[in-house]
Design a protein around this ligand. Sequence first.
Ligand code: KIV
Ligand code: ZN
Length: 400
Amino acid sequence: MATTSRIQVFDTTLRDGEQAPGFSMTAAEKLRLAQQLDRLGVDIIEAGFPISSEGDFEAVRTIANAVRRPVIAGLARAIPADIDRAWAALAEAARPRIHVFLATSDIHLEHKLRITRGQCLAQVAAAVAHAKAYCPDVEFSAEDATRTELDFLCAIAEAAVIAGATTINLPDTVGYALPTDIEKMFRIVAQRIGDRAVLSAHCHNDLGLAVANSLAAVQAGARQVECTINGIGERAGNASLEEIVMALEVRADALPHRTSIHTQALVPTSNTLSSIVGIAVPPNKAIVGANAFAHEAGIHQDGMLKHELTYEIMRPESVGAPGTRLVLGKHSGMRGLDARCRALGYRLRQPELERLYVKVTALADRTKSVEDEQLAAIIRDELAAQMAVGAAASAGSGRH
Ligand code: KIV
Ligand code: ZN
């Protein structure tokens, strides 16, 4: 049986997430989100890329000074100027981390960096040693690890560990890998470096596999996952923090690992990010989307009214969502309608409910869904019509 281990949650919403078009944030907004990430319980906040701009430098420095519980990381290319700048931003942090990266795949070495494998190895060793001279906590990322030849990747990991890296991150930078590829890569690198450094996964979502790949990495020995709120990030995004965390929670039977995340803060954190960047999450987004706990189909509503486990694998309150919603639409059934009526304070008899059902489904056919105010108005009409019929009947019987 697998042993339970602690998975470090490394949040990169403020760095990789912020790099995505439309998601850039001011220093004040980044601080606000960092404070919310602190409340959420993440272990590491990657606050930015200090050399990239004055604003980002200031944001990292401000967060490093203000947010004291989590590790605060700053990104740097594997060159002295970047590392110096990262350290200048991080020096006041309670728990600083310099995160150094260099691409290692032949595609990147040949076409982007125009260096040989030997030069790459030497640059990694020198950059990590440079960072280590400032900070005991150094992470090295082998950019495009999943398209790097495995023997060379092992040599890179080895060189980074010898130079002082305490975390080795193996990113699927272009979201190309399948879970089986990730599992193989992590097992082989884990054999090579043993417990000399923490192995980390950083998966992009180009094929929609970022979360599955992160979990495959965990199963193969990764003890840190890099992820973002709402899965934002370059191109199709990064692995979504809320999805990884809840997969580990809900499927603890198969994935016996713990995180430090306060899951009830997941939806509030997602909402904080959406309100800052002005971009809502799609309604069908797992865990935090508006429909994640909504049920419209009659069969599903009937099941939910009998027992919530029929169609919900986690309780909405466990992630801080407002609650289960039974949505009235053209697919809804009589039991769902009755439940909505009761929630609005109306207990209807079966014939009234049947007449109401005909009206509600007709409206839903035109308007897609029926909101509570619309339902209340239809109920009031129906009851008024009934009273009128009743009054007419008793007036009629009085005449005889
Ligand atoms: O995707 C990636 O490779 C990265 C690194 C800089 C960690 O974001
Ligand atoms: Zn990335």
